[in-house]
Design a protein around this ligand. Structure first.
Ligand code: CTP
Length: 411
């Protein structure tokens, strides 16, 4: 059975960052989710119910005292039919009320009545965020099981600088997706630490997918790479706060939220796009680049001449993008390659690491149905040896790898 769309109840608090909630609604819809908006009185000073209703294509709720609505849909129901309640922006005032259990308007009543997970995305002036009262409220909310994201750091609308800015809507959306797609056996993802922001301010370059090497205008050499693992890594790096450039070969996949995508066809185009994207702090070369291309691609379709003679197909070697990057003056501080192997996986990956000049090689055993499948079984080969990870879904491999990268570059 196809999954039903995820339902988000979005409470928009009264801060200047409320305008970003409009983009968040758009991203949730684009990602296939449903969103019902609740505007606080303050929120309605910054965005109108009309805007949110148009974007969400659902009525927007603003007041507890709407009798007609109460008859049709009580606030208890509104708070419980969602999969996740998101408070964005969560102002200092709203966090304080949530922590104290105040229920004096529709938003706070819903928050007290809900039996669903709550994700709060704070945005406020840096002094307000750092104030002991707010620290206390955030700690209390986290103790109560509310997930409170860390705000971004940077220049603020009020002219000050520091933590307190609302994370970009793509980052909030990625956190929501991580929440609603969390494995029930693993419990909710943990955003209370700074793990999800571990690549903030870093540029991560990812290659993904196969390359197509033309033989003539209608034929090409290709391979079975789906691009799923590389796209999952790009998504995980963006969730971790990185600026991500994803150089993608021909694949049928949507661009993950918050990722800059450059589409290419051939290995030589991929190399040019990678070089154009430098400098980068980290490069993760996941693409299954074709080793060879047709030496002389024909300008016109090659025709059968009726004699039964097979046209010769001479091959030329493609540039090795990973090895080129390893030798480059702009070599990223951490260079990660992948190795698709069918036998002697760790030995081959260890040799490949040395040959190509990568820091790490993520070796996957492609003897099963890894290519195109959703799961992956990998070994990480570094200067200090190798470790084998259990078979996991590709998005979990992506998150684990990104966590490891974030820890490594923080050293
Ligand atoms: N790679 C690359 N450019 C190429 C070939 C491979 O950047 N022309 C990168 C891949 O993105 C991957 C790593 O090199 O990160 C290893 O790819 P793989 O296909 O396993 O290695 P090959 O060099 O093709 O080695 P072999 O075919 O001998 O196993």
């Amino acid at each position: 059975m196809a999954d039903r769309p995820k339902r988000i109840l979005l409470i928009v608090g009264g801060g200047i960052a409320a305008y970003k909630s409009c983009e968040l609604v758009r991203l949730i819809r684009k990602g296939g989710g449903e969103v019902t908006c609740v505007l606080t009185e303050g929120g309605a000073k910054f965005v109108t119910p009309m805007t949110l209703a148009a974007l969400s294509e659902k009525p927007v709720h603003t007041t507890l005292w709407d009798l007609k609505n109460e008859a049709e849909m009580g606030h208890i129901q509104l708070s419980r039919e969602a999969d996740l309640v998101v408070v964005c922006p969560a102002t200092a005032d709203l966090l304080a009320k949530m922590a104290a259990g105040v229920a004096d308007d529709l938003a706070t009543t819903l928050l007290l009545a809900t039996d669903k997970p709550v994700l709060a995305v704070p945005a406020m002036n840096v002094r307000m965020w750092q104030h002991a009262a707010t620290r206390r409220n955030v700690a209390r909310l986290r103790g109560d099981g509310v997930t409170v994201m860390e705000p971004d750091e940077g220049p603020m609308a009020c002219g000050e600088f520091g933590p307190g800015r609302l994370p970009e809507p793509e980052v909030v959306h990625a956190a929501i997706m991580r929440f609603v797609s969390a494995d029930p056996l693993e419990g909710q993802p943990d955003f209370a630490d700074d793990r999800h922001r571990g690549l903030h301010g870093r540029h991560v370059l990812v290659t993904a997918g196969p390359t197509h090497e033309p033989i003539d205008p209608v034929r090409y050499i290709a391979n079975r790479s789906s691009g799923k693992q590389g796209f999952a890594i790009a998504a995980a790096a963006a969730e971790a706060g990185a600026r991500v450039t994803l150089v993608a070969g021909p694949v049928h996949l949507d661009t993950p939220p918050g990722v800059d995508r450059v589409d290419v066809e051939s290995a030589r185009e991929m190399l040019a796009a990678v070089e154009a994207a430098l400098p980068a702090d980290v490069a993760i070369m996941v693409a299954a680049v074709a080793d060879w291309r047709a030496a002389d691609a024909a300008g016109q379709k090659i025709k059968k001449d009726g004699s039964g003679t097979v046209p010769p197909l001479a091959l030329a070697e493609n540039p090795d993008i990973l090895a080129t990057l390893a030798r480059s003056k702009q070599r990223p501080a951490l260079l990660v390659g992948f190795a698709a192997e069918t036998e002697n996986v760790i030995d081959h990956a260890t040799a490949k690491r040395a040959r190509k000049g990568a820091d790490w090689i993520v070796a996957n055993d492609v003897s099963g149905d890894v290519m195109g499948g959703d799961a992956n079984s990998v070994h990480i080969v570094t200067a200090s040896g190798s470790e084998s990870w259990p078979a996991m879904a590709k998005h979990k491999v992506a998150r684990a790898l990104v966590d490891r990268i974030a820890k490594d570059i923080a050293k």
